[in-house]
Write a protein of this length. Structure first.
Length: 329
């Protein structure tokens, strides 16, 4: 049977790549409802979808911050039937990229990030979950995000992130929400998966960087402003150049998760930072990852260059073995 897949944020980046990849599936296993907040931006998606447009892919309007637009979109889908909900947490494209010292950010800017990244997901689920529960069928796939930084070299970790305080908080909110919901979902035979990419080379990268460069740092003390400019921003580009995945790569991982017979609750698309995750669980006091990230950022310890190389090796190895078993059909 064909799966109806609803994806949000499809005007660019990962959302666009995933929508196109699924619409072009050779076995025609998906009907994609590719949604975006502003339909005036649909041209790149239309172009990429080509002759699949109107067949395996339909474009619809949906703003995750607007309950009515979600309702209208879901009501327009035959029988409101959605088997897979791919939800993209928004970052910088819509002005969501909030990096920098919190002293220099307004509460309203922070609320917008939470409203999009966290409440956007809650709004979607409020609309779609009751249908999925009734049918006892559905898979909710959520794109989360992970990032961390080290002086010269850079690592991405699913943990707190220097100068990404509010963004990280919005991600933690999503993760806590999903961990709780997953228990109930199991009772209704629903599946929930969090996709956790590292850096992905999209418009997002350029916009976040530009916003950071333009930031008014006058409310911050000299040391903080200098840390943001000379450690964080200076390394930012390098992160994406050396470690960035393509949107297509993340889309490929996501499709495998969607097709897996027993999809995992969490899937990291860039195994480079997987060993860092273990730090979090290795110390119940929680000091270990904080201490290590501190040293990585401020002391550029040689030991961390060595561990970076080790992690790169692990990444290379696990890339070779990226296999989620046989697909469910
Ligand atoms: P992107 O900026 O190209 O995509 C984000 C999309 O969300 C845009 O199309 C934007 O228009 C849309 N959007 C913003 N607010 C919206 C709203 N209220 N309603 C509907 N759509 C809205 O960047 P991307 O890299 O493709 O990001 C996709 C997701 O992946 C983001 O949520 C981001 O947090 C996550 N992510 C990105 C990276 C990265 O390095 N690029 C890394 C990890 C996670």
């Amino acid at each position: 049977a064909r799966r109806n897949v609803l994806i949000t944020g499809c005007s660019s980046g990962i959302g666009l790549a995933l929508a196109v990849k699924m619409a072009k599936d050779e076995q025609k296993r998906f009907k994609v409802y590719a949604t975006m907040r502003n339909l005036a931006k649909k041209e790149p998606l239309e172009e990429a979808a080509g002759r699949r447009l109107g067949k395996t892919l339909e474009i619809k309007q949906l703003d995750v911050c607007d309950e009515q637009s979600i309702k209208t979109c879901v009501n327009s889908i035959p029988d409101r039937r959605i088997d897979v909900l791919g939800k993209y947490r928004m970052f910088s494209n819509a002005g969501m990229g909030l990096i920098g010292p919190i002293e220099c950010q307004t509460i309203d800017e922070m609320k917008t990030v939470m409203d999009t990244n966290f409440f956007g997901l809650v709004r979607l689920l409020k609309e779609i979950l009751p249908d999925m529960k009734r049918r006892k069928s559905g898979h909710i796939v959520i794109i989360s995000s992970v990032m961390g930084i080290q002086g010269k070299d850079v690592l991405f970790v699913p943990s707190g992130i220097l100068f990404n305080d509010v963004y990280a908080a919005s991600k933690f909110a999503v993760e806590g929400f999903c961990e709780s919901l997953a228990i109930q979902a199991l009772k209704f035979k629903l599946q929930l998966s969090l996709i956790e990419p590292g850096p992905v080379v999209t418009e997002f990268e350029r916009k976040v960087f530009e916003d950071g460069m333009k930031m008014d740092l006058s409310a911050a003390d000299e040391e903080t402003a200098e840390m943001f400019t000379n450690i964080y921003l200076k390394n930012y580009k390098q992160i994406f150049q050396s470690l960035g995945q393509s949107a297509e790569d993340v889309a490929e991982h996501t499709v495998k998760i969607i097709l897996a017979e027993n999809p995992p609750f969490r899937h990291q698309t860039n195994t480079l930072y997987t060993p860092m995750t273990t730090l979090k669980y290795a110390d119940p006091n929680g000091d270990l990852p904080i201490d290590i990230f501190y040293k990585m950022v401020f002391h550029h310890d040689k030991i961390f260059s060595a561990s970076l190389n080790f992690i790169k090796l692990l990444r290379w190895r696990s890339r070779k073995s990226f296999d989620l078993g046989k697909p469910s059909q």
